[in-house]
Design a binder for this molecule. Structure first.
Ligand code: OGA
Ligand code: MN
Length: 281
C-alpha cells in the first residue's frame, strides 16, 4: 500500500498530503485506498496546488467510489459541477448561498439516496476576500458530549428540510420560492449517527429543522447549541484557497461551510462528488 506524507493541520480535523503526483491520482489503484484511510482518520485532506485537470479529477474519484452524475450538464466534463455564485457559470447558483451555513451535504436528497461519501473541490478561481472553506469534525462533536448528554440524545430524531437551509439565507422568500423548496421531501435522521465503523457522529447543520417530539423552540435551541459547540474556532480548519488546490472531505464525518464572498466574485470551485453507500442510522 502507498505510504503518504500526512501532516495534521489541527488537533481534530484536516491534514495536508504533500508530494503527490497528480498523474498518479487517476491511475494508481493503491493510492485511492491510502487516501480513503487518511480521509477516515482526518476528515479533510488538502492537496496543495496540485492543478489536477477536471478529467483526472473524475478518474480519481472513481477510485474512491461511484461518481455522482445527477448534476451533470453545468460543465463540459461529466462528473464536474461548478460551485460558484456566478449565474453565467452555473444556472443554479442561487441555491449555493446556503453553503455559507454549516452543513452536511445530502441530508435532504430528492429520493432516498445516502449522503455522499466524499467530495472533492479544486480551486479554478479564488475570491479576493473571503471564500475560505471551513471544516469541523462531527465525530469530535459527538465525542465532546458528556456521558449524560450521550445517553439523553441517543434516541433523538431530527427532521431535515431544504426549506430550513434555504430560509437561513433567504429569510423573506416569495410564495413561489417556498413552494419550490417544499417540493423536496423532508427527511428524518437520528441525531447520533452510528457508522458501520462503530464510530459515532452528530448529524447537525443548516438542513436540521426540528427535533421530533420536542417543543419546536426547545429543539431548535438544542440543535443550534450543539452546532455552536461543534464549530468553535479551536475545532475548525479553515482552508484559504490558492488556485490549483484540491481538497477532499469525508462528508459523513465533517460539517463544512464557505466563508462569505461577494456575489460577483469570480470564485469557482470544480466539484466531484463520490456517492455514499451508508445510510444515516
Ligand atoms: C459544497 C460546499 C463550500 C465552498 O460544494 O458542497 O459546501 O467553499 N462548498 O464552496
Ligand atoms: Mn456543501
Amino acid at each position: 500500500m502507498t505510504v503518504l506524507t500526512v501532516n495534521k493541520l489541527t488537533a481534530s480535523v484536516g491534514a495536508e498530503i504533500v508530494g503527490l503526483d497528480p498523474h498518479r491520482l487517476g491511475n494508481d489503484a493503491t493510492l485511492g485506498d491510502a487516501l480513503l484511510e487518511a480521509l477516515e482518520d482526518n476528515g479533510v485532506l488538502v492537496l496543495p496546488e496540485l492543478h489536477l485537470d477536471p478529467v483526472a479529477q473524475v478518474e480519481f474519484c472513481r477510485r474512491l467510489g461511484g461518481v455522482d452524475h445527477s448534476s451533470d450538464g453545468h460543465h463540459a466534463v461529466a462528473g464536474i459541477y461548478p460551485v460558484t455564485l456566478d449565474k453565467a457559470k452555473n444556472s443554479s447558483a442561487a441555491y449555493l448561498r446556503a453553503t455559507f451555513d454549516w452543513h452536511i451535504d445530502g441530508c435532504t436528497p430528492i429520493g432516498d439516496e445516502y449522503p455522499q461519501k466524499a467530495t472533492v473541490l479544486s480551486a479554478k478561481q479564488v475570491a479576493e476576500r473571503g471564500g475560505e472553506t471551513e471544516f469541523a469534525s462531527s465525530y469530535a462533536a459527538y465525542d465532546g458530549l458528556t456521558d449524560d448528554e450521550k445517553q439523553r440524545y441517543a434516541s433523538l430524531r431530527v427532521v431535515h428540510s431544504l426549506e430550513a437551509s434555504q430560509r437561513r439565507v433567504t429569510p423573506d422568500p416569495t410564495p413561489e420560492q417556498v413552494q419550490r423548496w417544499r417540493e423536496r421531501p423532508t427527511h428524518e435522521h437520528p441525531l447520533v449517527w452510528t457508522h458501520r465503523s462503530g464510530r459515532k457522529s452528530l448529524v447537525l447543520g443548516a438542513s436540521a429543522d426540528h427535533v421530533v417530539g420536542m417543543d419546536l423552540e426547545e429543539g431548535r435551541a438544542l440543535l443550534s447549541g450543539l452546532l455552536d459547540r461543534a464549530t468553535t474556532p479551536d475545532r475548525v480548519y479553515s482552508h484559504s484557497w490558492s488556485v490549483g488546490d484540491t481538497v477532499i472531505w469525508d462528508n459523513r464525518g465533517v460539517l463544512h461551510r464557505a466563508a462569505p464572498y461577494p456575489e460577483d466574485s469570480p470564485r469557482e470551485m470544480l466539484r466531484t462528488t463520490v456517492l455514499g453507500d451508508e445510510p444515516i442510522q
